[in-house]
Ligand binder design. Structure first.
Ligand code: NAP
Length: 310
């Protein structure tokens, strides 16, 4: 296929990318948004989003993702399900290569988000899809009236443990410290929920099973005592890793793989902007991702207008 020319290519259709593309199109820029999986990205599995301003009743991630996508398409953005493999410079433009074609573009907004970090313990890979899961909303019903475990102490672990109580008989939350990182409102819900038991100062060292998960081996980090517990599902929520592997040759990344940006969401390469979870020091919230997207698009608009007048 011939190279397709545009003003902005946005990579990633999560909240940051959808917002960036919508703002870019509303500024009159020819905007293409490339996404490898599904518009809405990470939030589509969130059962209820309660902290996006203007939605006092909350909304499911699937609904919010779909409406953001609808609004972006309405603004004139072409959203294409293509996976981006590389990003290169063809001065003064950029070439974005997907599994379908090359795009020649004046600017790029990287909104590739993040993926769930893995624990890296025995049994985790082996039982993924057979008892180990990263999606309580999708897989929770498989564990109706059973005992499941959740690892992590952040907002995701708390949210997902609460969701799992709709199905499971008991949810054991394993946290490596004696205090949760999750926001207060979620901590209070966790503690009030009778089906949830929190095992403090506990790390999961091994996931046990034969065809499917049958239990876990844990260690108390204070006493060093090891323990084996029976359960049939393990949900792992131990943080996020940025999806930035395709960018390292062109952009500066920090030690954690995030993209350093300034307040205009400008990266180390003029014409490339970053927004959302993938950028350094992101608050990793939907509303801040949306804000980043708007900022990145407005900066891309100024960058393109200034290049025209030079
Ligand atoms: P997170 O905030 O980074 O928390 C990760 C949790 O996993 C921490 O409690 C951490 O323990 C634990 N952990 C990390 N590595 C571990 C290991 N090797 N073994 C055992 N435990 C480990 O990640 P997150 O909960 O996925 O949240 C990511 C971002 O999304 C956050 O900014 C969060 O606020 C946001 N988010 C918001 C909502 C919401 O607003 N409702 C929902 C979901 C996510 P320590 O505490 O000891 O470090």
């Amino acid at each position: 296929l011939a190279k397709k020319e545009c003003d902005v290519v946005v990579v990633g259709a999560g909240t940051a990318g959808l917002t960036a593309a919508m703002f870019a199109a509303r500024h009159g820029l020819r905007t293409v948004l490339l996404e490898r999986l599904m518009g809405g990205a990470q939030i589509i599995n969130a059962e209820k989003i309660e902290n996006f301003p203007g939605l006092p009743q909350g909304l499911s991630g699937a609904e919010l993702g779909a409406s953001m996508q609808e609004q972006t398409v309405k603004a004139g953005v072409e959203i294409l399900l293509e996976e981006v493999f590389s990003l290169g410079l063809e001065s003064p433009k950029f070439v974005v290569t997907s599994d379908v074609r090359d795009y020649l573009t004046k600017s790029v907004i990287v909104a590739t988000g993040s993926g769930l970090r893995r624990l890296g313990i025995a049994g985790e890979d082996e039982f993924t899809g057979n008892g180990v899961s990263h999606c309580a909303t999708c897989d929770g019903p498989f564990f109706t009236n059973e005992v499941v475990g959740v690892v992590g102490g952040g907002d995701t672990a708390a949210d997902e443990a609460i969701s799992l109580t709709s199905y499971a008989e008991k949810v054991i939350l394993f946290h490596r410290r004696d205090r949760l990182r999750a926001q207060q409102v979620l901590q209070q819900r966790l503690i009030r929920q009778p089906k949830i038991e929190i095992m403090w100062n506990t790390v999961v060292e091994r996931i046990l099973g034969s065809d499917t998960v049958t239990g876990v081996q844990t260690r108390n980090v204070i006493t060093n005592l090891e323990h084996r517990l029976s359960l049939s599902g393990m949900f792992v929520y131990v943080g996020l890793t940025p999806n930035s592997s395709l960018l390292g040759n062109l952009l500066m990344l920090d030690n954690g793989g995030h993209i350093p940006v300034n307040l205009r969401m400008e990266t180390s390469v003029p014409g490339i902007f970053a927004a959302g979870d993938v950028r350094q020091h992101s608050a990793a919230q939907l509303v801040s991702a949306a804000g980043d997207g708007a900022t990145a698009a407005i900066s891309a608009y100024h960058y393109i207008s200034n290049s025209r007048s030079r």
